[in-house]
Design a binder for this molecule. Structure first.
Ligand code: HEM
Length: 413
């Protein structure tokens, strides 16, 4: 049998085509495409370029899709649950969730069967966000992942119609999205019920949100629901995709995997693993685009934005821009060796930047690193099929279908 197809390493043409199109009309508005780090910096820090309404219609007006005073007030309320000054804040919960993931992989290794990489990683990240944000302990084998995947994928399909004028709105995709949204909304109701019944406190962000809704008439039940949806959306599928791409890249680059394994066995550092994670997020940023709109006139390196124009920042292409990166499409963890310097502050920005910098950055970094380290210490994850695997663009950048993997026990050197 031929070895696995590593076609996913090739630059993804659909994104390139999207970005190559001249600034033009999409859905009756002018969209300006941006793939230079200096322009990203200007847009991210401009007071007259703000979030647009692309996703609000699909996923509500939570922290991740809002801006202005509403956003500021929510960010102030939710930030203390994810303090940037204390990156280890959620270490006990991360250890707990990683232990669950490891017990499942041990069981699978014992049977010699395959498992689905994306679904397994999402099961892990979902279990963690439920515990951290909602104070809910899901079982190790919980089955929320397929429901979330249906929501993420159908929202992704639908959102492409807003982004890419060549992807007309598909009625079937819209229907699937409505069904998936109904299921997700039922799940959100049960999270709120659980929070009320258990009297969840302010050490979980759900407690903060419920407290706010009972004290402040302007903060409604709908606001609580929007924030729970935000946390599920932002907190689960992002990290699960980083882990997925990391294991696919290591499977495609056995030499790199050997270096990391040797370091885990022999050295007191995890530098190479850390570098591989940064490089994975460069090649496959889960949030592969960020869209904004101008609320006034502003010039961004030659583009004159007028009120109502949209900016489409393509993280995927910025992070592969050959003017800033050598061998931009290759997996080269060594470029992030300790002491590395970025070619530009915004040449690598998988967590965004400016005032909307990811709320869960420290949590996302910690869970990715701890899970990857523990898995690689005990096991080797190997692709079980050789199907082509081009990336799929939707809300996040992910493989076009889930990937069966084998778990091999590792003999340590
Ligand atoms: C590797 C994992 C992650 C990546 C790559 C990532 C990426 C991002 C990016 C690019 C943004 C900025 C979006 C924009 O500018 O419009 C963002 C915002 C956000 N992220 Fe993350 N994220 C990750 C993990 C998490 C986790 C674990 C949480 C859970 C708390 C989270 C919660 C949020 C929230 C609430 C925002 C909105 C922040 C605001 O607008 O003030 N993220 N994330």
């Amino acid at each position: 049998m031929a070895g696995p197809t590593h076609d996913f390493l090739q630059p993804f043409e659909r994104i390139q085509r999207l970005m190559d199109s001249e600034p033009g009309e999409q859905g009756g508005r002018r969209v300006i495409l941006i793939n230079d780090p200096a322009d990203v910096q200007t847009v991210m820090h401009s007071p007259v370029i703000v979030r647009n309404e692309t996703m609000r219609a699909l996923a509500g007006d939570g922290l991740i899709f809002s801006d202005g005073d509403k956003w500021r007030e929510r960010r102030r309320a939710m930030q203390p649950s994810f303090p940037p000054s204390d990156p280890e804040r959620h270490a006990p919960e991360v250890e707990w969730a990683v232990a669950g993931l490891m017990s499942r992989l041990e069981r699978i290794a014992g049977t010699g069967e395959t498992f689905l990489l994306l679904e397994e990683m999402l099961r892990f990240t979902t279990r963690l966000i439920y515990r951290v944000a909602f104070g809910i302990e899901l079982s190790v084998d919980h089955d929320k992942a397929p429901m979330l995947i249906r929501f993420f994928d159908s929202a992704g399909e639908t959102s492409m119609a807003f982004i890419d004028s060549r992807s007309p709105l598909d009625i079937n995709a819209m229907r699937q999205f409505q069904d998936a949204r109904r299921d997700l909304d039922e799940e959100i109701e049960s999270i709120i019920d659980h929070g009320r019944r258990s009297g969840v406190g302010a050490d979980h962000v759900l407690g903060v949100l419920l407290g706010k809704s009972s004290e402040e008439p302007d903060f409604t039940e709908e606001d609580v629901r929007d924030e729970i949806r935000t946390l599920l959306l932002a907190g689960a599928e992002t990290t699960s995709n980083v882990l997925t791409w990391l294991f696919l890249l290591l499977d495609a680059h056995p030499d790199e995997r050997d270096v990391i394994e040797a370091e885990l066995d022999e050295a007191a550092t995890n530098d190479r693993l850390r570098s591989a994670i940064l490089e994975t997020m460069r090649l496959f940023p889960p949030v592969w685009f960020i869209s904004r709109k101008a609320i006034g006139s502003v010039s961004v390196s030659g583009h004159d934005f007028e009120e109502g124009d949209w900016a489409f920042l393509c993280t995927y292409l910025v992070q592969r821009n050959p003017d800033y990166w050598e061998r931009p499409n290759d997996f080269v963890p060594d470029r992030f060796a300790p002491g590395y310097e970025l070619p530009h502050r915004y040449a690598w920005f998988p967590f965004g930047g400016g005032r909307h910098l990811c709320l869960g950055k420290a949590l996302g970094e910690l869970e990715t690193f701890v899970a990857a380290r523990r898995i690689m210490h005990s096991f080797r994850l190997v692709r079980a099929d050789d199907d082509p695997l081009p990336p799929r663009i939707g809300l996040v950048l992910k493989p076009c279908h889930d990937v069966p993997m084998l778990v091999e026990e590792r003999t340590r050197g």
